[in-house]
Design a binder for this molecule. Structure first.
Ligand code: NAD
Ligand code: ZN
Length: 379
């Protein structure tokens, strides 16, 4: 390819300051170094994790930075030593990687690669500690190893899943974070039994994917819990059968759920990022067989406080990144499931904007409107 090995000038949405609109401007993207690939991003979407790091209220501020981690694109060029990817491959970049060589990658039980596991404070490439983006010589930092709010980005080859080129990239982009995170949290981690009762805390795209997982697993009652009752109508399409808005009750939500279920739900999946909801999720599950799974990204100073009696009563508390999926091994399989019609991704996509309108996607998320907003990079 004509651009391989050269610096590419392209448009990126740069976050210069916390909470200030992103600036869509020209940046320089250096060629991929050893074990890295440069991707042309075609579609990206906004996840709440991007918003937390852009607001930088509960997270370490790192600016100027290019955010974005839920995306789909095509390999433009590859660095030295990359053998499993080639220019033209259709891919999904993922915020956590799979080196395939460490103890975690070799274990069937883990998706927490030692080399490439998620590290939101890392702002440069792991190979040489440098950023691949710059504006007039000033480095622009990376985010989650993906930085997909750019027409071109450089990522470690271990954070890239090669997928079937027949898959529509404007749909499967939601698999690279939101959908797999929620769906996997239920089917791979909470593992509800057929006929059981599952509570989902937080009914954004991640929570509704978790609800979808509960429906597919055969749960008979799926109770959606959210502070925003506007979410309830949509949630019915994702299998939720009942709803609780904690603001409409005088009793704590754990007591409301215990009364509704004769002692507690069989499984609870927390997809809010709010520490109170995390504690409520654990306290809502039934003694002995109840399992709560935390998915939301907590405030950096959050502390989980609960009475130890919940553990003496044999409740189980777990957490998970990326729904326990190994990105390179499992994601191509999930894409095939979608192509076979087993997963409905369309219903998560409620909005779409051109790249120049990317700040609108932030406004929608802050207003709690819609689920996923697809950002079309070529416009
Ligand atoms: P979203 O903003 O679309 O949805 C969150 C929902 O939670 C909203 O509807 C909100 O009203 C609700 N909520 C907030 N506080 C609540 C509370 N105390 N009780 C009940 N409901 C409450 O966000 P999203 O994109 O769906 O992401 C959800 C969470 O998952 C975020 O914290 C995100 O950072 C996290 N996340 C985690 C992973 C992972 O791998 N663990 C990956 C992606 C996203
Ligand atoms: Zn995400």
């Amino acid at each position: 390819m004509a651009t391989a090995g050269k610096v590419i000038k392209c448009r990126a949405a740069v976050a210069w300051e916390a909470g200030k609109p992103l600036v869509v401007q020209e940046v320089e993207v250096a060629p991929p170094q050893a074990m890295e690939v440069r991707l042309k991003i075609l579609y990206t979407s906004l996840c709440h994790t991007d918003v937390y790091f852009w607001e930088a209220k509960g997270q370490t501020p790192v600016f100027p930075r290019i955010l974005g981690h839920e995306a789909a694109g095509i390999v433009e060029s590859v660095g030295e030593g990359v053998t499993e990817l080639a220019p033209g491959d259709h891919v999904l970049p993922v915020f956590t990687g799979e080196c395939k060589e460490c103890a975690h990658c070799k274990s069937e039980e883990s998706n927490m690669c030692e080399l490439l596991r998620i590290n939101p404070d890392r702002k440069v490439m792991i190979g040489d500690g440098q950023a691949r983006f710059s504006v007039n010589g000033q480095p622009i930092y990376h985010f989650l190893g993906t930085s997909t709010f750019s027409e071109y980005t450089v990522v470690h080859s271990g954070c890239v899943a090669k997928i079937n080129p027949e898959a529509p990239l404007d749909k499967v982009c939601v698999l690279s974070c939101g959908f797999c995170t929620g769906f996997g949290a239920t089917v791979n981690v909470a593992k509800p039994k057929k006929g059981s009762t599952v509570a989902i805390f937080g009914l954004g795209a991640v929570g509704l994917s978790a609800a979808e997982g509960a429906r597919v697993a055969g749960a008979s009652r799926i109770i959606g819990v959210d502070l925003n009752s506007n979410r309830f109508e949509t949630a019915k399409k994702f299998g939720c059968t009942e709803f609780v808005n904690p603001l409409e009750h005088t009793k704590p939500v754990q007591e409301v759920l215990a009364e509704m279920t004769n002692g507690g739900v069989d499984r609870a999946v927390e997809c809010t990022g709010n520490i109170n909801a995390m504690i409520q999720a654990l306290e809502s599950v039934h003694d002995v067989w109840g399992v709560a799974v935390l998915v939301g990204v907590p405030h950096k100073d959050a502390e989980f406080k609960t009475h130890p009696i919940h553990f003496l009563n044999e409740k189980t508390l777990k957490g998970t990144f990326y729904g326990h999926y190994k990105p390179r091994t499992d994601l191509p399989v999930v894409v095939e499931q979608y192509l076979k019609g087993e997963l409905e991704l369309e219903k998560f996509i409620t909005h779409s904007v051109s790249f120049s309108e990317i700040n609108k996607a932030f406004d929608l998320m802050l207003a709690g409107e819609g689920l996923r907003c697809i950002i079309r990079m070529d416009e």
